[in-house]
Ligand binder design. Structure first.
Ligand SMILES: NC(=O)c1ccc[n+]([C@@H]2O[C@H](COP(=O)([O-])OP(=O)(O)OC[C@H]3O[C@@H](n4cnc5c(N)ncnc54)[C@H](OP(=O)(O)O)[C@@H]3O)[C@@H](O)[C@H]2O)c1
Length: 372
C-alpha cells in the first residue's frame, strides 16, 4: 500500500478509536446506569457534607441525600439563603438531622476550615461533595487580583483543604466513602472573559483524577462531574453577556445534575453531563487544544462580549480596534455569503446587542449596508 493512503487509514482508525472509546464510556454511564445509587446502603453513610448546599446543584443533592435517609451538613455563604434552604429541607425531611454552617469559602486564610473541623468533629461523615463555586465574568487584567484569588479559594483551595481533612478522617477510621467535585465543561477549553473559572475547574478535574487512584484501594471513591449549563443562581451576575445568556437558555434543572452525580458515584471517576460537555469533548478530539487556543486568541476581537468588557484605558485605540474588528467581521460574513438577516440574529445571539447598548463604532444597519 502507498504510504499516504496507509498514513491516512491509520489516522482514521486512531480517530475512530478515540471517538468510540469516549462514546462507549459516555453512553454506558448515561444509559445503562442512569439511576441514583443508594449511598446510605453502599457506603454505610450517616452523614454527608455538601458545600454550596444552599442553592442549585448542591441543594438538589442535599434533597436526594435526605430522601435516602442521610443527614446533611451544609456549608455555604453566610446569607439568608442558607437559613431558608435549611428550613425548607427540615420541613420536608423532619426525621433527618440537617445542619448548616455559613462561612466565606473565599477567605484566603482558610479561616472557614477550623469552623468546619470543630462543628463536624463528632459526626461520622462518609460523603463529601465539594460543590461550591462561582463564575467571575471579566477580563483577568482588568479585574482586581484579590477578586481572582477569592474565586480561586472558593472554587479550588477550599475543596483541597476540606478534602484533606475528611480524606484523613476516613482513612483513620478505615471506612468507605465518597469525595465528589463539581467541575465544569469549561475546564477543557480556553475561557477568555472568565479565565479564572476555566482554570480553577481544570485544576479540580486533574486533581480528582489523581486523587481517585490514590484513595481507591482504601475504599474511597472519587467522582468529578462536568455539568453542562444548569438553571441556578450561577447566572445571577453574567454582566449581560450574550454567550452566558445563550448558555442559560439551554440549561437543565439542578436536580438532573444531582441525579447524574448520584448515579455515577463509584461507577466512574469522570462524569460528563449534558450536550455542552459531550460536544466540547468530541470537538477536542477533532480540533486539537493547541489549535483551539490559537483560534480563540486570534478570534476574540470578533466577539461583541469582549468589547463590552474591555476597560477603556485608551478610548481612541479601543475605537480603532473595534472598527477593525467590524470590518473583519463584515468581510468574513461577506466571504461566507451569509445573508444579513442570519448574520444579524447570530450576531445578536453572541452579544452584539450588549455592545450596541454601550457604544458602537458601526451600527448594525451600517454593517448591513456594508455587507450588501
Ligand atoms: N450552573 C451552571 O451552569 C454550572 C455549570 C457547570 C458547573 N457548575 C458548578 O456547579 C457548582 C454549583 O453551582 P450552581 O449552578 O448550583 O450555582 P449556585 O446556585 O449559585 O450555587 C453555588 C453555591 O456555592 C455557594 N457559594 C458561592 N460562593 C461562596 C462562598 N464565597 N462561600 C461559601 N459558599 C459559596 C453558594 O452559596 P449562596 O447560595 O449563599 O451564594 C451556593 O450554595 C459550582 O461549582 C459551579 O461552578 C455550574
Amino acid at each position: 500500500m502507498d504510504p499516504v493512503p496507509l498514513a491516512l487509514s491509520v489516522c482514521g482508525v486512531l480517530f475512530l478509536i478515540s471517538w468510540i472509546s469516549y462514546s462507549l464510556h459516555y453512553f454506558f454511564h448515561a444509559w445503562v446506569t442512569p439511576t441514583p445509587r443508594d449511598l446510605k446502603k453502599l457506603y454505610d453513610a450517616e452523614w454527608a457534607l455538601v458545600t454550596g448546599g444552599s442553592s442549585g446543584i448542591g441543594l438538589a443533592l442535599c434533597d436526594i441525600l435526605c430522601s435516602q435517609g442521610i443527614n446533611v451538613f451544609i456549608v455555604a455563604k453566610d446569607d439568608p439563603l442558607i437559613g431558608q434552604s435549611t428550613k425548607e429541607l427540615k420541613k420536608k425531611y423532619p426525621d433527618r438531622d440537617i445542619r448548616a454552617l455559613g462561612v466565606d469559602l473565599g477567605d484566603r486564610n482558610g479561616g472557614y476550615l477550623s469552623k468546619i473541623e470543630k462543628q463536624t468533629k463528632n459526626l461520622r461523615i462518609n460523603l463529601i461533595f465539594n460543590n461550591a463555586g462561582y463564575i467571575r465574568v471579566g477580563l483577568f487584567p482588568d479585574d482586581p487580583v484579590d477578586a481572582a484569588l477569592h474565586n480561586m479559594e472558593v472554587n479550588v483551595t477550599s475543596s483541597l483543604r476540606i478534602t484533606h481533612l475528611f480524606a484523613n478522617r476516613l482513612l483513620d477510621r478505615g471506612e468507605k466513602g465518597v469525595i465528589g467535585f463539581t467541575s465544569s465543561s469549561s475546564c477543557f477549553i480556553p475561557c477568555p472573559m472568565s479565565a479564572m473559572y476555566g482554570a480553577t475547574k481544570a485544576f479540580l478535574t486533574h486533581f480528582a483524577t489523581s486523587l481517585a487512584a490514590e484513595v481507591r484501594p482504601s475504599g474511597i471513591q472519587v467522582l468529578v462531574i462536568h455539568p453542562s449549563p444548569v438553571n441556578s443562581n450561577f447566572y445571577s451576575d453574567t454582566r449581560g453577556l450574550g454567550a452566558m445568556e445563550s448558555a442559560r437558555k439551554t440549561a437543565v434543572s439542578a436536580e438532573t445534575v444531582a441525579k447524574s452525580i448520584l448515579s455515577s458515584v463509584g461507577r466512574t471517576v469522570i462524569k460528563d453531563q449534558g450536550y455542552f460537555t459531550v460536544g466540547a469533548r468530541l470537538l477536542l478530539k477533532v480540533l486539537d487544544l493547541n489549535l483551539f487556543a490559537d483560534i480563540a486568541a486570534a478570534g476574540i476581537g470578533l466577539a461583541g462580549d469582549y468589547w463590552k468588557l474591555k476597560k477603556d484605558r485608551n478610548p481612541e485605540k479601543k475605537e480603532r480596534m473595534m472598527n477593525k474588528s467590524d470590518v473583519l467581521r463584515k468581510n468574513m460574513f461577506h466571504a461566507a455569503r451569509i445573508p444579513f438577516s442570519e448574520f444579524d440574529s447570530t450576531w445578536r445571539h453572541f452579544g452584539c446587542t450588549a455592545r450596541q447598548q454601550n457604544r458602537s463604532a458601526l451600527q448594525v444597519d451600517e454593517v448591513a449596508s456594508l455587507i450588501r
